[in-house]
Design a protein. Structure first.
Length: 382
């Protein structure tokens, strides 16, 4: 059985939606879903067969979708571009939260009511599980599947899994609950105990507690964000849409074996790479020889360039020769002039790329040799 685990992370849940979109497009079918906090909400929509609605919701998310705030003023707080009145607004929010014993969850509850159908979720053949913590019962963690939750309480438990400490958290039958991330923000073990032997985790890189996996023999694969997803409460639509795309492309890297960490490159082998490089103009090799003070045939010069490039740029062990080549290209490419969310052929990318300013050039650092070599390569390809 194939299971999906969605790690908690508030606004970072947009990354889940992007990743799952890529997985579904590639015909992944999940027999069960578990999640904590926002992972529980996203997971419920996936388990009940409402992923399109889940994705559409995230496309529209802005601060006022889930919080009782003024969008423009709230966004200013995250832009670090606020003035005195914005600081006053922040204080008024804090005062309101203190007076009401936390931020209002009314809008979050409205989302749960609008998007979750208990009858459909229970009738679904897809397993569904969540984590929350019962404060009233000595902070007892509750790791439950939908069938363990009393009828009529499924939405309440989904909401309780997302009881972020800053919120005013409604009690359930007189008992207080808090975000499941206080115990296990990445509930893999729920599916392991259920007999799942293949699990895909969509991570948010949260620093909240995670329980150690109880069975190390389980095949667990993780889709990780390639850049930080931002603040848990950062619901600016621009940021949310970025994380949606990031989830989609990082999951595509996972499914399609794309190469690269900053960008997304179609996989290629050493033969393809060397064939193109070795057929470049002869002056390409003479210039590389001069830059790195190396001699030998074309193959030797290219591999020496790759080894020197990794060393001079202080790149960690990058594995294969194609990976080393991509790492060097990514290290010198000007990210501000290149569309991140696109799948590239490595040589088409190099032809059109611009080189960033070498931060060590003024210091006379030898990494400038690598920057010079890439300039030579760009010219040779064009």
């Amino acid at each position: 059985m194939l299971g999906l685990v969605l790690e908690g992370g508030g606004a970072k849940g947009a990354f889940h939606a992007g990743a799952v979109k890529a997985l579904i497009e590639r015909n992944y079918h999940f027999d069960g879903v578990s999640g904590t906090s926002i992972g529980a909400l996203n997971g419920a929509m996936i388990a009940q067969g409402s992923f399109k609605e889940c994705y559409s919701l995230w496309e529209q998310v802005k601060p006022s979708t889930l919080l009782d705030v003024d969008d423009e003023k709230f966004e200013m707080l995250f832009d670090n571009n606020f003035e005195k009145e914005d600081i006053s607004y922040a204080f008024s929010l804090a005062k309101k939260a203190i007076t009401n014993k936390g931020l209002s969850m009314v809008k979050v509850q409205d989302i749960v009511d609008r998007y979750i159908n208990e009858d459909i979720l229970r009738a679904s053949k897809t397993d569904y599980a969540l984590v929350t913590v019962n404060i009233s019962d000595k902070w007892k963690p509750l790791e439950v599947f939908k069938e363990d939750i009393p009828d009529g309480f499924l939405k309440k438990y989904i909401l309780a899994s997302a009881y972020y400490p800053a919120f005013n958290r409604p009690k359930i039958e007189g008992k207080s609950f808090i975000d499941g991330g206080m115990y296990d923000n990445c509930p893999i073990n729920l599916l392991v105990r259920k007999g799942y032997n293949n699990i895909i985790v969509v991570s948010t890189m949260s620093k909240m507690p995670k329980q150690e996996v109880i069975d190390k023999s389980i095949n667990i694969k993780c889709i990780m964000p390639s850049v930080k997803l931002g603040n848990t409460l950062d619901m600016r639509n621009e940021r949310v849409r970025f994380n949606l795309k990031l989830g989609y492309y990082d999951a595509t890297r996972f499914t399609d074996g794309l190469i690269g960490k900053k960008f997304y490159f179609k996989p290629f082998d050493e033969t393809y790479m060397m064939n193109i490089l070795e057929n470049l103009r002869i002056d390409f090799f003479s210039k590389l020889s001069n830059i790195f003070s190396i001699t030998g045939n074309k193959n030797t010069i290219i591999k020496s360039f790759l080894n020197e490039g990794k060393k001079l740029l202080s790149l960690q062990n990058t594995g294969s020769i194609p990976n080393s080549f991509v790492s060097i290209i990514e290290a010198v490419a000007d990210e501000n002039t290149i569309e991140k969310f696109e799948i590239y052929d490595i040589f088409d990318f190099i032809k059109s790329m611009k080189i960033k300013t070498n931060p060590n050039e003024k210091k006379g650092n030898c990494s400038s040799k690598v920057f010079s070599a890439i300039e030579v390569l760009i010219n040779a390809l064009n």
